[in-house]
Ligand binder design. Structure first.
Ligand SMILES: [Zn+2]
Length: 63
């Protein structure tokens, strides 16, 4: 993996939302931590990334 890459994560529910970081993230874990803290993204237990809108929708739908 290139150290100079600016990584992004993409919402797995709507597939048209994505978020990156204003700094050089070396791993997707760093991107997810930033997205979660700053923007309300969720990283689900089964490994999906959800944008704030989809995360809110998922929270309302209890299994
Ligand atoms: Zn979404």
């Amino acid at each position: 993996m290139s150290a100079a890459a600016y990584l992004v994560i993409r919402c797995d529910a709507c597939t048209d939302s994505e978020i990156g970081t204003p700094f050089e993230a070396l791993t997707h874990r760093q991107v997810r931590a930033h997205a979660k803290e700053r923007s309300g993204w969720r990283w689900t237990r089964d490994g999906r990334d959800l944008c704030p809108a989809c995360a809110a929708r998922t929270n309302r739908e209890k299994p």
